[in-house]
Design a protein around this ligand. Structure first.
Ligand code: OGA
Ligand code: MN
Length: 290
């Protein structure tokens, strides 16, 4: 019988006793889906996975994305498994070195949004025995519930525009960035899209604030001034410390998070010589809403 160990925060739990390298049985599958709705961020420690097993697990919850930014950074013959790493071999980066290094929600810029991100930790940077490179999360159900009543009413039927290029261009502009501006093909593959600001969570049935400072550029159908004012409020509100939870990594962790009600940030507190390597599969929300 698997054991679920909740964190002390509203987000985060550990599930022990499930070997993700084996096909999931239906009991474990529904236990895990329930955990996404209750805890948002789920860690499965001590896993040993190959890319095919990683994909098999992640694809139990929806289709897998081949990321438009993956470029050369995928596991050979497994384009759905992207490599996140700051390691270089013969001067060449082996993975995307700065993935997720600011607050965002994965793939909110996509017509079909992401349900999960499933990361498998291969190497974790450590200094004096302390793990670095935490992934931090924010609880967007708590953020929604904490909104003033007037704002809840105001945003109830509003949509916002999400643009992949907002986060990407910001990363490109940082000193030392190895990213190139998006190509015309990448831009065409992921044009700006609109989504409702309030998401009804398909598992918990709670409402979540589906707005993230990483990708949202505009609230639709109101004036630019009103949009700027409301976004300034929502961005400040959603980053409050009280909504925050951090995952400290250990090699062999599989961390799967529900993007429908969380935001996250990869903490860049380690140096180029301190290697952090992960494999990543992204599961789209094309089945969870059915
Ligand atoms: C991502 C991401 C966070 C991390 O893969 O989308 O944000 O901690 N990663 O690596
Ligand atoms: Mn991310």
């Amino acid at each position: 019988m698997p054991g679920i160990f909740p964190s002390e925060h509203s987000l985060g739990c550990r599930i022990e006793g499930i070997d993700l390298s084996k096909p999931l049985n239906h009991y474990d599958e529904s236990l895990i889906i329930d955990a996404f709705g209750r805890f948002g961020v789920v860690c499965f420690p001590n896993q040993v996975l190959g890319p095919a097993q990683h994909k098999a697990f992640a694809s139990r919850f929806g289709s897998l994305e081949i990321n438009v930014a993956a470029g050369p950074y995928t596991v050979p013959n497994h384009p759905e498994v992207m490599i996140l790493s700051n390691e270089t071999i013969d001067g060449k980066p082996v993975g995307l070195g700065d993935a997720g290094q600011d607050w965002h929600t994965d793939m909110s810029y996509s017509t079909t949004i992401a349900f999960l991100n499933v990361l498998y930790a291969l190497r974790v940077p450590r200094r004096n025995g302390t793990a670095l490179g935490d992934t931090e999360f924010l609880d967007m159900c708590a953020a929604y519930e904490d909104l003033p009543h007037g704002i809840k009413k105001e945003i109830e039927d509003l949509t916002a525009t999400h643009d992949f290029d907002k986060f990407w261009s910001k990363m490109v502009s940082l000193p030392g960035s190895k990213r190139k501006p998006l190509s015309d093909e990448q831009r065409a593959a992921k044009p700006p899209v609109s989504h409702p600001l309030v998401l009804h969570h398909p598992i918990s049935k709670r409402k979540a604030l589906y707005c993230n400072v990483g990708y949202v550029t505009r609230i639709d159908n109101i004036s630019e001034t009103e949009s700027d004012k409301l976004l300034q409020f929502l961005f400040r509100h959603q980053l409050k410390e009280e909504f925050k939870y951090a995952h400290s990594w250990t090699e062999g962790d599989v961390l799967a998070w529900d993007n429908l009600w969380t935001m996250h940030n990869a903490k860049a507190d380690y140096k180029a010589t301190e290697i952090r390597s992960m494999w990543r599969c992204q599961t789209m929300a094309d089945r969870i809403f059915l």
